[in-house]
Design a protein around this ligand. Structure first.
Ligand code: NCD
Length: 304
């Protein structure tokens, strides 16, 4: 084994999460210099789904650490000629990369390809399953506001069924004893077995009440989740917020992006510097992904 995988929050220990978080914080505040730590290393990035934030920040994070990044373009790859995922990964492994960063529409894709490679795999989002790096960068953003990671009061609002971000947060909430609740149309809530010990809010007012953070999720139109609701306007009326004044005093809004402006949140809320942490999340994604490379590529902590 050449390093460690980063497949999902469910596979991490609390120590793993704390170590990555701590290192992200130290890198951000200049207490650790990792700028040359991946010099000479090669990262292969394979995104089968569209991405702006995640793909770019994984690439910038790698380059900040001196690594070179090779992006595989699915449409230019031999997979369009029918080559299997197994053969693709086996062949790319033969080129001796140091790490794969993968995003795929199929839940379980990163775990599936681990059968065929000993190169560390970082999950950059798999289907409806997990998006672990997003959960940790959100955790860094929460830590900066509340100075703690335990016992947070968090409500996730929106299309939870189709959201891998929500699934990773639910795993995190169990690890860190959050009081977590969910709110969304019944057609967009996960199956019963997922919901043990998780409160489902009855209305928006209750969902917002007494929370430290509200994580809004978008309606995933490309996964046809728009078909689970009568109209975007009505969705917005019941599950979105249009004014920052709807939020209690110490409650902050988060969103993994991309935002459907004026569906889950109005522009006034998205752009509100005192209430919205959305751009902080994006900034923190770079430091978190640098820390994830350090974790996966076994950079010794004292050296990291
Ligand atoms: C999310 C994703 O792709 O899972 N976005 C992201 O990575 N920042 C959320 C989404 O697509 O809704």
């Amino acid at each position: 084994m050449k390093g460690k995988d980063f497949l999902g929050i469910r596979y991490l220990t609390r120590d793993d999460v704390e170590n990555v978080l701590k290192l992200s914080f130290y890198i951000k505040h200049g207490h650790r210099d990792v700028s040359e730590k991946l010099k000479g290393r090669k990262i292969i990035s394979i995104f089968f789904e569209s991405s702006t934030r995640t793909r770019t920040s994984f690439e910038i994070a790698a380059k900040n650490m001196g690594a070179s990044v090779v992006n595989i373009d699915y449409h230019q790859s031999s997979m369009v000629k029918g080559e299997t995922h197994k053969d693709t990964i086996v062949n790319l492994t033969a080129m001796k990369p140091d790490c794969f960063v993968v995003r795929n529409a199929n839940s379980g894709y990163p775990v599936f390809i681990k059968q065929f490679t000993d190169v560390p795999v970082i999950n950059a989002g798999d289907g409806l399953c997990e998006h672990p790096s997003q959960a940790i960068l959100d955790l860094l953003t929460m830590y900066e506001v509340k100075s703690r990671i335990d016992n947070l009061k968090v409500c996730i609002i929106g299309d939870i069924l189709h959201s891998r971000v929500a699934k990773s947060h639910i795993h995190l909430s169990r690890m860190l004893n959050w009081q977590i609740s969910l709110y969304g149309p019944k057609t967009m809530l996960p199956r019963e077995e997922w919901l043990s010990n998780i409160k489902i809010e009855k209305n928006l007012k209750e969902a917002l009440h007494g929370k430290d953070f509200i994580i809004f999720l978008r309606i995933q139109l490309e996964r046809k989740s728009g078909e689970d609701i009568p109209s975007l306007q009505e969705y917005s009326r019941h599950f979105g917020i249009s004014s920052p004044s709807a939020l209690p005093k110490d409650t902050y809004v988060m969103h993994p992006g991309p935002v459907n402006r004026n569906v889950e949140l109005s522009s006034e809320v998205i752009d509100h510097s005192g209430k919205s942490l959305i751009i902080n999340q994006v900034e923190n994604s770079i430091y978190t992904r640098m820390a994830i490379y350090s974790f996966c590529l076994n950079l010794p902590p004292e050296e990291a």
